[in-house]
Write a protein that binds this ligand. Structure first.
Ligand SMILES: [Zn+2]
Ligand SMILES: [Zn+2]
Length: 174
């Protein structure tokens, strides 16, 4: 599928892309673990700017920061941006519709082409969580023996059963 779309081929009334192939997927950075897809609509605003709206979904495999187990993370992300040319340097810029001024994302591209593959790659990487946890309350690994505490209790948790607090709580249960 052609993922480079020249500005000149985008009609005023817009054009839609249903992208089911995953040729754009950044395999070098993150492992794909299921279906990947995107739906994108490009609309020409004028000769020098294109509006992009879309949605992408992907399943990726991540490693939990706490227990180091592999888990599947579902990305479902919507996009809204304007891709426009800057007359001064002939580079193309990505600008969030919401943020007027301020954080401009600059895509260094010399050609009047919407690079859907690059946009999808960036969008996917942005959607990945900063803290990667297999579940919110992941118990992690035992610092003493390395057992995955989500799976079983290794028993070396500070000899809890012999502590005075454990005795107290045992008494309370009676
Ligand atoms: Zn975990
Ligand atoms: Zn342990």
């Amino acid at each position: 599928m052609q993922l480079n779309v020249p500005f000149s081929e985008i009609p005023d009334q817009g054009v839609e892309f249903d992208i089911q192939d995953s040729s754009w997927f950044p395999d070098d950075v993150v492992e794909q673990a299921g279906a990947v897809g995107a739906h994108i609509r490009l609309t020409r605003k004028n000769d020098t700017s294109i509006e992009l709206r879309g949605r992408m979904h992907a399943a990726v495999a991540l490693e939990c920061d706490r227990c180091l187990e592999r888990f599947i993370f579902e990305v479902d992300s919507s996009m809204q941006m304007v891709i426009s040319t800057s007359a001064q340097n002939e580079h193309w810029r990505l600008q969030d519709l919401e943020s007027s001024g301020g954080d401009l994302e600059t895509l260094s591209q010399d050609r009047p082409v919407v690079d859907l593959a690059e946009i999808l790659r960036q969008q996917l990487l942005l959607a990945l969580p900063e803290k990667k946890l297999c579940m919110e309350n992941c118990a992690g690994l035992c610092p003493h023996c390395g057992t995955n505490l989500n799976e079983k209790d290794c028993g070396c948790a500070d000899g809890a059963s012999n502590s005075p607090f454990a005795v107290l709580s045992a008494l309370k249960k009676k």
